[in-house]
Design a protein around this ligand. Structure first.
Ligand SMILES: [Zn+2]
Ligand SMILES: [Zn+2]
Length: 179
């Protein structure tokens, strides 16, 4: 757990402390209940500052996650870089309009670490910027070479039309010469 004891820091206004914590989380809880495999421990570089009325936390998080390329469907490692900032109230009374959680003796930063990593996930993961993807017809990985059907349009309506035209042409000619 990314837990930090702040009992001492709470009593020392204007003081700042830095913590570097590593933890093997195993998985990231992704959207829709799917779990993303973490290939490295998550590392948190945390700076805590006693700003008198609140404790200011700034965290930089890195971890390597296993993603699936949205074009070629291969698994590949991806370095996530997350960041979070959070303020924890040091005064006993919350001021009006404030939504800071109060400081306990210990703060568990695990939820902030997980959230910042999830926010760093790419919308459309690519194993590399110029990944050629798979052939929509035969499934050949076009990064490893082209296939014979790579000229057939991906749109199924065009594929139907192409088939129709082929049968017209081929049928007429072949039929004529063979028989
Ligand atoms: Zn790819
Ligand atoms: Zn193909």
């Amino acid at each position: 757990m990314f837990t930090v004891n702040v009992a001492q820091l709470k009593k020392t206004p204007a003081e700042s402390r830095r913590y570097v914590l590593r933890e093997r989380l195993g998985f990231l809880p992704g959207e829709g209940g799917e779990e993303l495999l973490l290939l490295s421990p998550a590392e948190l570089d945390l700076t805590l500052t006693n700003a008198r009325s609140y404790l200011w936390a700034v965290g930089e998080v890195i971890a390597t996650v296993e993603l699936i390329c949205s074009r070629c469907l291969k698994k590949f490692p991806f370095l996530l870089r997350g960041r979070f900032e959070e303020k924890f109230r040091l005064t006993t009374e919350a001021e009006e309009g404030e939504e800071m959680p109060p400081v306990e003796e210990e703060i568990d930063f695990t939820p902030y670490v997980l959230e910042s990593l999830l926010l760093a996930l790419p919308m459309k993961p690519l194993c590399r910027e110029d990944c050629a993807g798979l052939c929509p017809c035969c499934g050949q990985d076009l990064n490893q070479g082209s296939c014979s059907c790579s000229r057939v349009p991906a749109d199924p309506r065009w594929a139907e039309l192409a088939k129709f035209l082929n049968s017209q042409e081929g049928g007429g000619k072949d039929g004529g010469t063979k028989e």
